[in-house]
Design a protein around this ligand. Structure first.
Ligand code: NDP
Length: 487
């Protein structure tokens, strides 16, 4: 099945630098494949330091005029971008499905995201400050940094691209961004629509290539004034080290090991399907995936049996079939997830469901794994502590609230946590006690239910916030001004 040529948003072998679509300086390319079928969707430039340098110069050239564009006008351009994205929403959804390999999610919600951020552009304001002298006025200004850099992952390339690009340019910065080589096509399509919307050349620059080549060149470039990164902790640490060399601030979103804490008074009819969705959506390749069920022993057996039943009904297949779960993104992730399954068994967890590759001809080409459930997991096991980024759910039994909180907080991560209870007092105590950047009560993921919720981590999940109004402020720096009249 080949739908690639019908997608008019696919851009072949060109990256966006200074408003021009150009190949890599060295002419090299990388194939982008559909991970369900291994069909080649397009070639992308294998950019490197030379391409990043050209892009940073283009972004520097575009910066002064963009900074001085009235914020209301910047907002209008972002609104126009949202309109064009809305007009192409079906093609964008198809494109992201093709490159990530997932079944259709339906509209990705990008226009709503863009409009929210556009609405913040003319609301970036400072403070008035008291002074000690009558002939002076004190105030703060929030100003853009200049050229900002960003590196994003492959799991939700469209929303990730907008999460960094929209707040950065809304605040008056220009940007050089590198999508993952596995899923760069939706970012390119979105960048094309940004140009069409009238966002000036050089404001958004997209360079592609391998992480250690093109990706590493961005934080290492002396022209970058601020950096955003989403991905794994080791790569995040290397981006941070490069930023440290140039004394550049950054924000990091490094994934999670999010607990779904279930108390005996939880409404399991709501909790079970929501938790199963949270770990199988995008084949578990979501930073907020609820990958640990921390359940009170009083309802443990019922929870495990209902989870097993619900997970067994999750249909798996390629993106063009009406299934709930597609393949993993690539061979490396496939091996990684299967290795974690092995490690769970080696460490003594009980494999209740799945754990392998589904049977059938259709699964031979792609990187498929079964929805997998482990019971009898203890907090020390690797499957309880490390981010697997696959549809693997670990159940840990606890006794009471205190232990639930300790186990819920017992990993290095702290991105998202969910609590399932009918007791409002317990909900409040857990919401305060859980060390996570986002806590949901009686919901597995905040998702589209929340408007403008900042997103980001505690502990090793990172720092800084994307998505909400704070994301725009994240891309500004504060200047203090004292205005003194003539004596
Ligand atoms: P990485 O962190 O290596 O990749 C994320 C992004 O960083 C990609 O664009 C990648 O480019 C780029 N990159 C890789 N190396 C460098 C570097 N030295 N300097 C700058 N940028 C670089 O994650 P992986 O794709 O290898 O996935 C491994 C694990 O990371 C997953 O299993 C999951 O646990 C976690 N992860 C977390 C995500 C999250 O949302 N927080 C998202 C993705 C992964 P390229 O891919 O083109 O090489």
């Amino acid at each position: 099945m080949t739908l690639a040529p019908t997608n008019t948003l696919i851009i072949d072998n060109a990256q966006l630098i200074g408003g021009e679509w150009v190949p890599a300086a060295n002419g090299d390319t990388i194939d982008v494949i559909n991970p369900a079928t291994r069909e080649v969707l397009a070639r992308i430039p294998r950019g490197g330091a030379a391409d990043v340098d050209t892009a940073v110069r283009a972004a520097e050239a575009a910066f002064p005029a963009w900074r001085d564009t009235p914020p209301g006008q910047r907002a209008a351009l972002l609104m126009r971008w949202a309109e064009l994205v809305e007009q192409h929403e079906k093609e964008l959804d198809l494109l992201e499905s093709q490159e990530v390999g997932r079944p259709h999610w339906g509209p990705l919600g990008i226009p709503r995201q863009l409009r929210f951020i556009a609405g913040q552009a003319d609301k970036v304001s400072g403070l008035s400050l008291p002074t000690n002298v009558p002939d002076a006025i004190g105030l703060t200004l929030r100003e853009p940094f200049g050229v900002v850099g960003a590196v994003i992952p492959w799991n939700a390339p469209g929303p990730m691209f907008v999460n960094e690009t929209a707040p950065a340019i809304a605040a008056g910065n220009t940007i050089v961004i590198k999508p993952a080589e596995d899923a760069p096509l939706t970012p390119f399509a979105l960048a094309k629509l940004a140009l069409e919307a009238g966002i000036p050349p050089g404001v958004v620059n997209v360079v592609t290539g391998y992480g250690p080549e093109a990706g590493a060149a961005i934080p290492a470039h002396p022209g970058i004034r601020k950096m955003g990164f989403t991905g794994s902790p080791p790569t995040g640490a290397s981006v941070m080290a490069a930023c440290a060399k140039n004394l550049v601030p950054l924000h990091l979103e490094l994934g999670g090991k999010s607990p779904q804490v279930i108390f005996p008074d939880a409404d399991l009819d709501t909790a079970i399907p929501a938790i199963v969705t949270s770990i199988t959506l995008n084949t578990g390749q979501i930073c907020a995936a609820g990958s640990r069920v921390v359940v009170d022993r009083a309802v443990h057996d019922e929870v495990v049996s209902r989870l097993a039943d619900a997970m067994a009904h999750v249909t798996v297949g390629p993106w063009y079939q009406p299934v709930r779960m597609g393949p993993l993104i690539n061979a490396k992730q496939h091996k990684r997830v299967l290795d974690y399954v092995q490690s769970g068994q080696d460490e003594g967890a009980e494999l209740v469901l799945g754990g392998g590759v589904p049977d059938g001809e259709v699964f031979e080409q792609g990187f498929f794994v079964e929805p997998t459930l482990f019971d009898g997991v203890t907090p020390e096991m690797r499957i309880a502590r490390e981010e697997i980024f696959g549809p693997v759910l670990s159940v840990i039994a606890v006794d009471g609230e205190e232990e639930a909180l300790a186990v819920g907080n017992g990993t290095d991560y702290g991105l998202v946590a969910a609590v399932w209870t009918g007791d409002i007092g317990r909900a409040v105590r857990m919401a305060r006690g859980l060390q996570a950047g986002q806590v949901t009560v009686n919901a597995a993921l905040a998702g589209g239910a929340l408007v403008g919720g900042p997103f980001g981590g505690y502990k090793h999940s990172g720092f800084g916030r994307t998505m909400g109004a704070d994301a725009v402020l994240e891309y500004t720096q504060v200047k203090t001004v004292l205005l003194r009249g003539n004596a």
